[in-house]
Design a protein around this ligand. Structure first.
Ligand code: 13P
Ligand code: SF4
Length: 310
């Protein structure tokens, strides 16, 4: 790409020319969030993907998110700036193994967290996100037997919140399992007034410290409406961009990881760059394509989720 090119202006131009919309997750680089038409959590992004009248959806997020957009809007062209932007949590649940696992529980309903492959969604009864997982489980009869996958931490959190006994798949997100309870506790001693905000993909010993647990949108809203001035944030660091933008007078401290070499960035989310976004819109690739039978099967559990959370 010509280094003198103003990528921001070029992207705006291409977007208009091609009737494209840019949907970005809060874990994207700040400059990508700033050019997006919509920024949100997984639920908000899938709702936008379902209702947009654009011809092209550029999904600034990871593969499973772009797949979800394609499943909801199969007639649209869905582009992902870097096709290798995957997800360790989605990878922790290979569909062929999950299929076998599911066979052990024939009378169970399958709820899958949206952070999974399209193939896994096709094996599910209802999809959920971190913002509606509790609501979705509670919408089912109390005696309904449930398998929950792939995230064991979100699953354990939902089981605790609802008092239900969920059969959990043993998957996790590499970013949300790096936080150190000991270091967060020490940080809190130095900032006694700070509120601790955590994503439910974190381990239980981290969630126990939290003043608020929720999705990225939930975390952002909580920080904006809170009277507190300082926050310790236990989720991917990309969310800090919007938190700081919306609340310039407040201080946001990323929760410290166990290993000093580690950081709170998701390597998959951060594969996308403004330059890749420009190129993907210009060349209309990489494009997300899915077999028609997978779309047909996977759309049902996603629509069921959207209906429950409407
Ligand atoms: P939410 O934005 O839905 O909270 O999801 C977080 C996440 O880990 C996405 O990969
Ligand atoms: Fe997947 Fe975790 Fe990255 Fe989200 S933060 S995309 S769950 S690896």
């Amino acid at each position: 790409v010509d280094p003198t090119l103003d990528l921001y202006t070029e992207i705006q131009k291409l977007k208009k020319e091609k009737n494209a919309v840019i949907l970005a997750h809060y874990y994207q680089e700040g400059e990508i969030q700033d050019i997006a038409d919509y920024i949100g959590d997984s639920l908000g992004l899938s709702q936008q993907a379902a209702k947009t009248d654009a011809d092209i959806i550029v999904f600034a997020g990871v593969h499973f998110m772009a797949e979800t957009a394609k499943i909801l809007s199969p007639e649209k062209k869905v582009l992902l700036p870097d096709i290798k932007a995957g997800c360790s949590l989605a990878d922790s649940c290979p569909p062929h193994l999950f299929k076998k696992f599911k066979e052990n529980y024939p009378d169970h309903l399958v709820i899958t967290y949206v952070n999974c492959t399209a193939e896994l969604k096709a094996l599910s009864d209802i999809v959920c996100t971190s913002s509606n997982a509790v609501q979705i489980v509670e919408s089912l009869p109390a005696d309904q037997k449930i398998i929950f996958g792939p995230d064991r931490n979100l699953g354990a959190y939902v089981a605790k919140k609802t008092g239900r006994d969920l059969v959990l798949w043993n998957g996790a997100c590499m970013v949300h399992e790096i936080f150190s309870r000991e270091k967060i506790t020490k940080l809190k001693e130095r900032h006694p007034e700070a509120k601790i905000l955590a994503h439910p993909e974190c381990e239980e010993h981290i969630l126990q410290l939290a003043d608020y647990i929720g999705s990225t949108t939930g975390i952002l809203k909580y920080a904006t409406s809170s009277t507190a001035k300082e926050f310790i944030v236990a989720t991917e660091a990309g969310i800090l961009h919007q938190m700081e933008k919306d609340n310039p007078e407040k201080t946001f401290i990323p929760a410290p990881p166990n290993n000093t070499c580690a950081c709170n960035d998701c390597p998959h989310m951060k594969r996308n760059t403004l330059e890749k976004l420009y190129l993907c819109l210009k060349n209309e690739m990489p494009e997300i394509t899915l077999p028609a039978d997978i779309i047909e099967k996977a759309v049902k559990p996603i629509e069921r989720m959207l209906d429950i959370s409407a």
